[in-house]
Design a protein around this ligand. Structure first.
Ligand SMILES: *Cc1c(COP(=O)(O)O)cnc(C)c1O
Length: 399
């Protein structure tokens, strides 16, 4: 045990991201739930105070132009873009992930030609976060398609002339498995179908490469590894080459070519703006903008975050193997780096009670039914010492 404590000390001493922790509000709790709600960035309270007291309280309506409120969805989209490997002008921030899944999936079926072109099937990752599946079922009903649930690895064989769209998770929220986005996207493209990726558990934790891999559409949330705060707005990516043909199922006035023309006929705006719907949620959105400032630090990059994420999860698995009696938990997350997101999922029968005791002992992860202990690793603010402590407390809790 003292061996692993010593190793943690060395790893922390060599950690190029160690100084970033000071940009977050944390305490003595080991917080391994940043894959559900990221910790508070220290600059956010002041930024929100300014938005409320000065921008809203003093400038009032003038802030839509003078404080840049109106253009915030595209401006903040351009801050998210480099984190997911997208050039500027393709991401718009707003609404929830669920709403953006709806826009993206109906838009994808329309882009494919849909049932009129013989494409009447939507393939959906069967282990998907439930909301994606619910929305996919409704999108299918609306567009005259059927949903076919399957495992991501089964997608290449299932693709065909009837495939309209494919909705996949980059990282599985329960197991932490990272799927092969480049290969699956290429297969979907080759079949003439449209790809929609859900990046909720990868954006801010690992490289995505939307542009370089030719992804068509993508959505993601910002309150997990991007630390945007509870309910912070999600985002929608529409590849530049598809924007002209993207036909949103929610064409609100914010996506109109001339929103203040107040015309009875709808005419879509060009570019990412087409993904907007109604008036943006400015308080949450500007909290997110402040939260994203950490990515402009010279020592912070997606590659540095990914390297530390793998080191943290490797070290956690090593500590668990050393401290927890063999067979007490089963590691659900793949060992291979190429298949691992930024979380570790461990299964055991009494996972629900174990997590309650663990939280009471100052190590916060979460429980996912029926038997999964989920630990998220946010490289921007976690130390190796905390990871060692979490595994040690887990072993005590299990024992
Ligand atoms: C967290 C998460 C969501 C959340 O959807 P909201 O509409 O933001 O509540 C959706 N999909 C996946 C895969 C998630 O992990």
């Amino acid at each position: 045990m003292s061996d692993l404590i010593e190793r943690a000390r060395e790893l922390d001493a060599r950690d190029p991201l160690a100084a970033v922790r000071a940009d977050f509000v944390l305490d003595e709790v080991v917080y391994l739930d940043g894959n559900s709600l990221g910790a508070l960035p220290a600059n956010v309270p002041g930024a929100v105070e300014d938005v409320v007291r000065r921008q809203w309280g003093e400038l009032r309506i003038r802030s839509w132009t003078e404080s840049g409120w109106w253009t915030a969805p595209e401006r903040i989209g351009d801050l998210v873009a480099p984190l997911v490997g997208a050039a500027a002008g393709q991401i718009v921030v707003g609404d929830s992930t669920s709403v953006n899944v709806f826009k993206a999936l109906v838009g994808a079926v329309r882009l494919s030609g849909g049932p009129d072109a013989g494409r009447d099937e939507i393939l959906v990752d069967a282990s998907t976060f439930p909301t994606d599946g619910y929305i996919a079922a409704s999108a299918a009903r609306m567009t005259g398609c059927t949903v076919r649930p399957l495992a991501p690895a089964e997608v290449p064989d299932a693709l065909g002339p009837r495939t309209a769209a494919v909705l996949l998770n980059h990282v599985d929220y329960r197991t932490g498995r990272l799927h092969d986005l480049p290969a699956l996207t290429a297969a979907i493209r080759a079949a003439g179908a449209v790809s929609v990726w859900d990046l909720c558990h990868s954006a801010g934790a690992l490289p995505v490469g939307l542009d370089s891999h030719g992804v068509d559409l993508a959505v993601g949330c910002t309150y997990k590894f991007l630390n945007g705060g509870p309910g912070s707005p999600a985002y929608l990516y529409v590849r530049a080459g598809l924007q002209d043909r993207f036909d949103s199922p929610l064409p609100g006035w914010n996506s109109h070519a001339e929103p203040f023309g107040m015309r009875p006929e709808y005419a879509p705006a060009d570019g990412a703006v087409r993904g907007r719907v109604g008036t943006p949620d400015i308080l949450s959105m500007l909290a997110l903008e402040a939260a994203l400032e950490v990515w402009s630090r010279p020592d912070v990059s997606v590659d540095a975050v990914r390297a530390k994420s793998l080191a943290l999860t490797d070290f956690f698995l090593e500590c668990v193997a050393a401290y927890v009696p063999e067979g007490r938990v089963v590691t659900v997350t793949p060992r291979a780096h190429a298949e691992r997101g930024s979380q570790v999922a461990l299964a055991c029968e009494d996972a629900g009670e174990v997590m309650e005791r663990l939280i009471a002992a100052g190590v916060v992860g979460d429980f996912r039914a029926p038997d999964v202990l989920r630990f998220g690793f946010t490289p921007l603010y976690l130390s190796f010492a905390e990871v060692e402590r979490a595994a040690r407390v887990l072993a005590d809790t299990l024992g």
